[in-house]
Design a protein around this ligand. Structure first.
Ligand code: ADP
Length: 604
């Protein structure tokens, strides 16, 4: 019971541990989820910043290639000459050709010469229908900056071409250092923009007013990332930066998550997405470059990783649960087994106690029985003895009395006769005493090698008188090669005489008074059977005839000691004495003897 309890206790303890573990796992998953999304966003930011640096560097070097060119070309004498004599058609044509050749050489978009009034007098694109020649650019900041002696830089949507471009402008000075005109260079940005496409991030370039000027996504172009205030719209209109393009605002919301700047933008189709935004200004160009990295794939990736982690944890937990269940079941089974074992042991102990008690009872009963038997035997023996002794004593007394009277009368011969009777009675009492001595015989006398045939002959001689008196007819069958047996010759003779006397008693007065004495060898044993043709032994008394003092004979005829003594003698010889009734009538007493082992026995 105790073991079973402790099994359940263990199970309960394990299970509470398990739930603790499970709760821990859930917390862990939540923590990991936070960490993973943070890490993913952080990684995204690093990537966005790296891309931003590369983009800005590429833009810078691209612009840098063209920056010094207008100032260099403006020093050409022909340029000043054309400005000085704008009516010289030949010079103008030559200038147009030179500009076109140079423009092709430096791979710019357009190269053109503007007079102080802002009118374009010669251009590389003079031959094209959308030629700049004749166009007035006085409103463009790059022109005004160069006309005023500085170097102009500007980016805008071309009012004539409708093509976006970056403009560099330099003053053309005469010998006295006075500005006579402006040499302008426009470079396209389409090629740069095209190089950005097909990447997993987006790039936005905005002007100081926050209007998107370059973008990987055409839907954002010419739209304000900052609110389009009236001042901003006013400024943009003055410089005609975006020509006639209609401006509107992009729906933008700035947020942060874990220190990462996020931007929510609606694209051209109106779908809002969240991006990691890395931004840096390019002061010389007047731009702000933004690299946008969509967070959805990052978050998805992070979630997938967390999901995988959670699944792994779940598998671990399930495994742990199964293990716990199995352990608990094992513990339970062991406890049940132990309980069953204890139960069995208790039952065995109980049975053993019962058996011990029963055994003790049996022993006590046996002891009681033996005691009772002893007392009974003693009683029977006392009765037999007193009878056996009183009778001859009484008779002896009578004989002695009459002997006295006969002596008084002088009849000596008859007195002597009486004394003779008294002596006979004394002899009988002496015989009883001898028998009693035999009852109290010394056991364990050493066994000897005995010649059975000789002992049988002697016994027959001793029993002769009794046999003759009963008129018995003895039929002897002793094989010539009868082996010797182990025993004591005198005691063996006593047994044989006893059985023969009983046989004589049995057949006395009957018609068939044959007594058959047969010796046989059977392996290690030699048997001597004595069969009479008397009434046999009744089954009811067959197992009592070997008891001491058991007799069916009249008091005075037998003491009932003969077979008891004989039986014990045969046992002393390591042999046996058995009784049976012959199928054809009569008792058969069989003496079973062991063949003598000469080496082991004392010679007679
Ligand atoms: P006793 O001869 O003094 O009675 P035993 O011990 O020799 O004592 O015999 C016990 C009893 O066994 C006898 O009283 C008799 O009833 C029975 N018995 C012995 N031998 C025979 C026999 N050959 N046939 C029938 N009964 C026998």
């Amino acid at each position: 019971m105790g073991q079973k309890d402790s099994g359940f206790m263990m199970e309960r303890r394990l299970k509470s541990w398990f739930w603790l573990l499970a709760a821990g796992a859930v917390l862990l998953v939540l923590g990991v989820e936070r960490m993973a999304s943070r890490t993913a966003l952080g990684d995204g930011q690093v990537r966005a910043e790296t891309t931003l640096r590369q983009t800005v560097n590429a833009l810078d070097s691209h612009l840098g290639r063209f920056e010094a060119l207008p100032a260099l070309l403006a020093q050409d004498d022909d340029v000043l000459a054309v400005l000085a004599s704008p009516q010289d058609e030949q010079r103008l044509q030559a200038m147009n050709r030179w500009l076109a050749e140079t423009n092709a050489l430096i791979e710019a978009s357009d190269l053109y010469l503007i007079n102080l009034a802002g009118d374009t007098i010669a251009a590389s694109n003079h031959a094209r229908p959308d030629s700049f020649v004749g166009q007035n650019f006085s409103y463009r900041p790059y022109f005004t900056a160069a006309r005023d002696g500085g170097s102009g830089r500007y980016f805008a949507l071309g009012t004539t071409s409708g093509v976006r471009g970056y403009y560099f402008a330099s003053p053309v000075r005469d010998g006295a250092g006075r500005v006579q005109g402006v040499l302008a260079l426009k470079i396209g940005v389409d090629a740069i923009e095209a190089g950005w496409r097909a990447r997993d991030y987006r790039i936005l370039v905005t002007d100081p007013e926050g209007v998107v000027f370059m973008s990987t996504d055409p839907g954002w172009l010419y739209r304000g990332l900052l609110p389009l205030t009236p001042e901003r719209i006013e400024r943009l209109a003055t410089t005609r930066r975006y020509s006639d393009a209609a401006l509107d605002e992009i729906q933008a919301v700035e947020t942060t998550a874990g220190g990462v700047a996020l931007l929510r933008l609606a694209d051209g189709a109106g779908t809002t997405r969240e991006y990691i935004a890395a931004a840096t200004p390019m002061p010389r160009a007047g731009w702000t470059v933004r690299v946008l990295l969509e967070t959805t794939p990052l978050r998805t990736q992070a979630r997938l990783a967390v999901l995988a982690f959670a699944l792994l944890l779940l598998v671990g937990l399930l495994l742990a649960w199964t293990l716990i269940q199995r352990r608990a079941r094992l513990a339970e089974r062991l406890a049940i087994q132990a309980a069953a074992q204890a139960d069995l042991e208790r039952q065995v102990a109980e049975r053993t106690a019962d058996l011990t008690r029963a055994n003790e009872d049996l022993h006590r009963m046996q002891a009681d029985l033996v005691q009772a038997g002893k007392l009974a035997a003693l009683g029977r023996m006392s009765a037999a003895l007193s009878h056996e002794i009183n009778q001859p004593l009484a008779a002896a007394r009578n004989y002695a009395d009459s002997a006295g009277l006969l002596i008084d009368r002088g009849d000596l011969p008859r007195a002597r006769e009486n004394i003779g009777q008294i002596l006979g009675l004394i002899d009988r009492m002496a015989a009883i005493a001898r028998h009693l001595r035999n009852v109290a015989r010394k056991p364990n006398e050493p066994l000897k090698v005995v010649d059975l045939a000789a002992v049988v002959q002697d016994s027959l001689a001793i029993a002769e008188a009794r046999l003759t008196a009963a008129r018995a007819e003895v039929l002897l069958d002793l094989p010539a090669n009868l082996p010797t047996v182990q025993g004591g010759p005198v005691r063996l003779q006593q047994v044989i005489v006893n059985v023969l006397s009983n046989a004589a008693d049995a057949v006395e007065g009957l018609a068939d008074r044959r007594i058959e004495v047969v010796a046989r060898t059977e392996g290690d044993e030699v048997t001597l059977s004595i069969r009479d043709h008397g009434p046999g032994v009744a089954p009811a008394i067959a197992d009592r005839i070997f008891d001491p003092f058991f007799t069916t004979k009249q008091v005075g005829s037998g003491l009932g000691l003969g077979l008891s003594i004989s039986y014990n003698i045969m046992k002393d010889f390591e042999g046996d004495l058995r009784v049976a009734n012959h199928p054809d009538g009569g008792a058969v007493f069989t003496l079973v003897l062991r063949r003598a082992q000469r080496e082991a026995l004392a010679a007679e």
